[in-house]
Design a protein around this ligand. Structure first.
Ligand SMILES: O=C(O)CCC(=O)C(=O)O
Length: 479
């Protein structure tokens, strides 16, 4: 196997500005290891969750969060493309990790499986217990900002009870004993992810997206599961040519995983990590491209029932939502609400500053960049005739603007951008302003059509709104 060490950049967070992170890593889609972080950020997790010797404080979890239901992977058992998972209480999981109930942190030597607690929605479950603060580099997170205020699925059929927690956000805690691991995969929605080691040590192996075909079979259907297995040459003819980039991650260090990079991860010690998935203007097109690819596959898979199926398109979209996590309608609703939120904030900033042509607000530039990215994706959707004939699930503009969830989304985005761009006077506004002050319906109603039915409507709306509210920034903006 061809493994290259040290090619993933390692940067001390103090030597990296937000705009450098955007340019060098998010926009160029390059992985990164950030270090020096933990010494300056006093996370409660780094204190409560770790013993003085730097091991996971299993006893603390048992005592304080023992009744939580979590997903535990058995790292020795494969189930389709992932490990077999079982739902259990945190206390049961801890019991499997420890030899004695006294919590002496001695690992179970006669255990037959290697348990790995994954995808624990810790923040959602314990909002009052502020375990950590998302580092500023990773705060432009449309996915979690959205899910804090809305559900992902527009179709109530897709929205089942047991989806309640699992689709509620993409902020996770992982806890695994030495030897636990995660098979080769690319991130959900082709999102970015960041992963901070609270304690322990991980070994990461990355594959550049330009090489991803090398880990698939001839039909590009099945992916290698474990890169350290004996991989069949005849099944995966390109595998031996793959070049793996390796990075070790110590406690207190953070890994940034870009979109579409396949990666496999091994816990070299008992490890606790915090992992978020997210996307924004810089990788939105990755999300759309994945949806389109998965839609085409779903379509092909059931093609033979097309003539006998009353609502073939509906069935494809339901399959897409179930398998990929969102469908075209969910995505369209998502980008429509984000479009409106960006325009609302642009209007607010313009109104607040009076003479807008005098100001080159970095936040306004950021909002325009977002709108540019959404416009690009909506144009691609339009070219693909996505949502053709959509009459039932239009996004009603006025209804959206009047919805308290929407107002909260605007405030959350506004506060986030004020923090990222260090515009503290605006942070203050977004803490205190009333809904009516932020979502100025009189400005917005003046030129709104009533509904977005298709991506074409969205493109037209963005063009009009930018001409009206963003023109003064255009020359220096990225739109
Ligand atoms: O830490 C792990 O086991 C997997 C994490 C991962 O795949 C990610 O954060 O993208």
């Amino acid at each position: 196997m061809n493994i290259k060490k040290g090619e993933i950049e390692k940067v001390n967070w103090k030597n990296l500005s937000y705009s450098e992170f955007v340019e060098r890593f998010m926009q160029k889609n390059q992985p990164l290891l950030l270090n020096g972080f933990s010494e300056h950020h006093n996370w409660r997790a780094s204190v409560d969750w770790v013993t003085p010797l730097g091991h996971p404080n299993f006893q603390f979890f048992s005592t304080n969060f023992g009744d939580s239901k979590v997903q535990v992977a058995d790292c020795d058992t494969r189930e389709f493309t992932d490990q077999k998972r079982e739902e259990m209480l945190v206390s049961e999981f801890i019991g499997r990790c420890l030899q004695d109930v006294e919590g002496s942190a001695v690992q179970c030597s006669n255990s037959h499986s290697v348990p790995y607690l994954k995808d624990w929605h810790f923040v959602k479950e314990y909002p009052e217990y502020v375990a950590y603060k998302t580092p500023m580099f990773f705060c432009d997170d449309w996915l979690n900002l959205y899910l804090d205020n809305y559900r992902m699925h527009t179709d109530s059929d897709t929205y089942q009870e047991n989806n309640e927690i699992c689709c509620s956000d993409y902020r996770f805690v992982y806890m695994g004993v030495k030897g636990s691991w995660t098979p080769l995969h690319a991130n959900v929605f082709r999102s970015y992810s960041w992963s901070a080691n609270v304690c322990g040590k991980k070994r990461w192996l990355f594959l550049d997206p330009s090489q991803h075909h090398l880990v698939f079979d001839r039909n590009m259907k099945n992916c290698v599961y474990n890169i350290f297995d004996e991989v069949s040459d005849s099944k995966f003819p390109g595998f031996k040519k793959a070049i793996w980039l390796e990075r070790m991650q110590e406690a207190g260090e953070i890994i940034f995983v870009p979109s579409g990079w396949y990666h496999q991860v091994h816990n070299l010690e008992d490890t606790i990590s915090i992992n978020h998935n997210w996307f924004n203007a810089n990788n939105l097109s990755w999300v759309w491209n994945l949806l389109l690819r998965d839609y085409n596959e779903a379509n092909e898979y059931i093609e033979d029932i097309k003539d006998v199926c009353e609502d073939f398109e509906g069935l494809c979209q339901r399959n897409l939502a179930a398998n990929t996590g969102m469908n075209f309608y969910d995505f369209f609703t998502f980008i429509s609400r984000f479009t409106l939120a960006n325009i609302v904030l642009l209007c607010y900033i313009n109104g607040r500053h009076g003479n807008i042509t005098q100001i080159s607000s970095t936040i306004a530039q950021h909002l325009l960049m977002n709108l540019g990215s959404i416009r690009k994706v909506a144009s691609e959707m339009k070219d693909r005739h996505a949502l053709k004939g959509n009459q039932d699930r239009a996004v009603d503009i006025i209804e959206t603007l009047e919805d308290p969830s929407f107002c909260k989304l605007c405030m959350d985005i506004g506060r986030t951008y004020a923090m990222i761009h260090e515009e503290s006077h605006l942070s203050f506004d977004f803490e205190r302003a009333s809904a009516g002050e932020i979502v100025d319906l009189t400005v917005l109603k003046a030129y709104t059509s009533s509904q977005f039915y298709t991506p074409e409507d969205l493109v037209e709306f963005i063009d009009n709104a930018v001409a009206e509210h963003g023109d003064c920034y255009i020359n220096s903006s990225a739109i």
